[in-house]
Design a protein around this ligand. Sequence first.
Ligand code: MF3
Ligand code: CO
Ligand code: CO
Length: 254
Amino acid sequence: MSISIKNPSEITKMRIAGKLAAEVLEMIAPHVIPGISTDELDQICHDYIVNQQQAIPAPLNYRGFPKSICTSINQTICHGIPSAKKLKKGDIINIDITVIKEGYHGDTSQMFAVGAIAQHAQRLMDITRESLFLGIEQVKPGATFGDIGHAIQKHAESNRYSIVREFCGHGIGKNFHEDPHVMHFGKQGEGEVLEAGMIFTIEPMLNIGKRYMKVLKDGWTAVTKDRSLSAQWEHTILVTPEGYEILTLRQEEI
Ligand code: MF3
Ligand code: CO
Ligand code: CO
């Protein structure tokens, strides 16, 4: 396994790609309401990325993925494919955006509540986001990937949620997915040591029920085996000499 260290000009491009991905989420947020279909959300994002941002939606045709964004509703863990299915009040949905600008990738996702949602669904989304940020707060030169995984696992499991193990965060740059695999569970001090200039995603997936998943016949959609609700949040992170920089931060998060 070799984790690339990005040079200053690559970091500049990753900042731009990350900002664009974050801006797609900001743009789509007001559209995530009851009655809209995930195909419509996909179309709006696609057009915005291509026409306004002059960028490329990375998922489209990636290993045969048929759409420009991932839309994962309720018991869908990740990689949901946009369709004619309409959102309804009470749904929770993850929208995952990856854009390519000047050859570099920015990757980020967030949860949205569709109208009023149940308290147990809100709590799952909140704890999952907190887990992501506790993981991010571990990032600095000299820390290990195990430190990140441990922080996420501790918060998730102390709140009685399970962590999906089949999908991980990942290095990112010229490639959508590169080394390392960033696990969302682990032990303090284990795994590779972080160095300034590494860029990777952290993207924990937490379930209310058991951790097990299955992939539907479409070859992509990952759902919880027990059909319990699942949530995910994702950011692209740069390791800096002092700690970390979130390349996909949205205005509301500053
Ligand atoms: N954006 C996802 C991730 O966080 C990957 C989606 S692959 C796709 O790694 F093909 F489904 F788009
Ligand atoms: Co990712
Ligand atoms: Co993603």
